[in-house]
Design a protein around this ligand. Sequence first.
Ligand SMILES: *Cc1c(COP(=O)(O)O)cnc(C)c1O
Length: 364
Amino acid sequence: MAREEIKGLPIYSPGMDIEEVKRTYGVQRVIKLASNENPCGPSPKAIKAIIDAVSQVNLYPDGSCFELRKSLSEKLNIASECLVFGNGADEIIDFLFYAFFRPSERVIMGEPTFSSFFLSGMMMGAKVIFVPLVDFRHPVEEIVKAVDEKTRAIFIGSPHNPTGTICSEDEFKYLLKRIPDDVLLVWDEAYGEYVEDPSYPDAIPYLSEYPNLVILRTFSKIYGLAGLRIGYGIASPQVVEYIERVRPPFNVNRLAQVAALAALEDEEHVRRSKKTNSEGRRFLASELNRLGFEVVPSQANFILFRYDHLLENLTERLLERGIIVRDGVPLGCPGFIRLTVGKSEENVAVISAIEDILRGRGCQ
Ligand SMILES: *Cc1c(COP(=O)(O)O)cnc(C)c1O
């Protein structure tokens, strides 16, 4: 009975959770650095907002996200018609395929890339064209060359998942200038708040000249609300209007809306989260380099590094020690690990566990 498009789809597997690791490996303490969650937790202001709103969960949420929309449009200095909210940025990716793709139309993306980009596309019968990354970065000239009449969108993460690399402003402009105006450039900034590289563009001002630009953002990463599922898109009013037609009426729940509003206003928590990440990212990159791993320079809250030239089964060895990381195999990077930057003590623990494993293998 299932549609052909569905039959080829894998079931998404997020890896082991904390309780499962405790049960399976008999460890007391588990450190999870696998899903790019904020190690500082949610903002205390968001927690309070959730508690204050919890007695109203008998009521449907505001389908228009009025308060959050107002606050975000002021903060970003954009018209409120340029915003669309989703049950995670993941849902906006689905909406883009619902609204703009006919079966067999094409979507271009890097390889490897964030799995939602191609899974959502395949689900809707889009043909996915993968352009291999070069040195873990998007080769923008190759991407432009891959565009043809059947192409409806290009999906790019910047910072990209799973590599942590960005596209510079020059590369971003190159894409916008060269692609036809009936091709969407979906510019995923889920990790944008963590970037320190000055060549990273501020994408919003480009919306007025390029109505085919769609920017994706989320409250799951630096805002620490992954469990509530809320993200948003920023696009021209024309594009947003079509997305609104495919959006379910109450897709963003009440607690997510109040928490996101409070988190947005807690600039101190965002600053603290960014500082924790910057310090941790620097520490992990230099320690992994010191131990002889090949480290991809990251602008995100995770680090991709190669281990298979030094060790086998590092992901499992770490699990035995109660440390959950994301193995590269399901991410399209066999032999690599994607390690989320944790709190300082977590980062120290993962490095000392890796050193321990290396010693055990007679590598040091
Ligand atoms: C985490 C992530 C998102 C955001 O996902 P949510 O659905 O908002 O939790 C979007 N894009 C990329 C590349 C991500 O890694």
